[in-house]
Design a binder for this molecule. Structure first.
Ligand code: BTN
Length: 323
């Protein structure tokens, strides 16, 4: 790590503790001259970090300075996640694509890809995900697992719960979960999740899972076709912390993919429970009332046509409310 990165890490840590660091303290800690500290401060400012110089106290990262960086995210990651590779981008095509390319290079383990904006953000069912700069957060968590895909499929509801709980912990806002994996606030979608798998051809080999999460924090200028359905949390939150808190929770699933404790929160925060809905799968349309979820996040539907309650799993299905 260079002086600039070391300085950023020290400033992020001191911001978390609510303290300032003098030029001398920083020089001692980084084992460089005060002039080198000053130059690194200027370099960070040029990159857009807002650094306050408090007379008699030293340097502080401004509370509202919200640039994404591996150092800023790692300050909030728990053990052992602090050691995973973290990549941040002011702009990229799609963090899911970055994760997929990285996994394709033979990487095994966990890694995190985080963007301020995406030019080709991808959604479910081949849709795009609107990802403008400065008003949302777009990230993908990659992990490897030797559990079968049938078990790993539940990562989608686990990711919805991890994101909802992190939003609640950091902002106090309780969001709803719309099966399978959209988060809703004030009747509008504020978060989408796209899970992709790079599957092992041989049994006993690792599957690689990519969980891509996009959250609209203050996005208000949606394209016309999204205006009625998409919304934002409209709150202030440290984006590095929101990403890290979500990954801290989501990685529990990677550590033990058989644990289904998250399904309690999923059910109690569901906005579809008990509602009459229309499921569309290809050209099939099925109307019924949501009776609950199975332990893997499958939707249990009491069909209107009188058939037995049926369990639907995510895949290519869309859900609409009918009343
Ligand atoms: C959906 O609502 O259909 C899913 C949207 C998923 C969007 C996220 S943003 C980060 C990651 N990168 C992508 O290209 N897509 C996911």
């Amino acid at each position: 790590m260079g002086t600039k990165e070391e300085l950023l890490k020290a400033l992020e840590l001191s911001r978390q503790k609510g303290t300032a660091l003098s030029g001398q303290e920083l020089a001692d800690r980084l084992q460089v001259s005060r002039m080198a500290v000053w130059k690194a401060v200027k370099a960070l400012e040029t990159e857009g970090y807002e650094i306050l110089s408090v007379p008699g106290k030293g340097y502080r990262l401004a509370p509202r300075s919200d640039r994404l960086s591996p150092e800023g995210i790692k300050v909030y990651l728990r053990q052992p996640l602090v050691d995973i590779p973290v990549f941040t981008y002011p702009v990229t095509d799609s963090t899911n694509k970055r994760a997929s390319a990285y996994a394709g290079e033979g990487f095994s383990g966990s890694a995190l890809f985080v963007a301020d904006s995406q030019t080709d953000g991808r959604g479910r069912l081949g849709r795009s995900f609107y990802s403008p700069a400065g008003s949302g957060i777009y990230f993908s968590f990659l992990f490897s697992s030797d559990a079968p895909l049938s078990v790993l499929n539940s990562v989608t509801p686990a990711a919805a719960v991890a994101t909802a709980q992190s939003i609640e912990a950091l902002t106090g806002i309780s969001v709803g979960i719309k099966w399978v994996n959209d988060l809703y606030f004030n009747g509008k979608k504020i978060c989408g999740i796209l899970t992709e798998a790079i599957t092992a051809m041989d049994e006993g080999c690792e599957n690689k899972i990519i969980v891509g999460i996009g959250v609209n924090l203050s996005t208000n200028d949606f394209p016309d076709q999204l205006n009625n359905t998409a919304g934002a949390l409209n709150c202030t939150v440290n984006r590095c912390q929101l990403v890290a808190e979500t990954v801290n929770r989501l990685a529990r699933f990677a550590e033990d993919p058989y644990d289904r404790n998250f399904m309690d929160y999923y059910s109690t925060h569901s906005v579809v429970m008990g509602r009459k809905v229309l499921l569309t799968r290809g050209s099939d349309c099925i109307i019924g009332r949501v009776a609950g979820f199975d332990e893997n996040g499958g939707l249990i539907l009491d069909r209107e046509d009188g058939g037995k309650p049926e369990v639907f799993t995510g895949g290519e299905i869309t859900l609409r409310f009918t009343e």
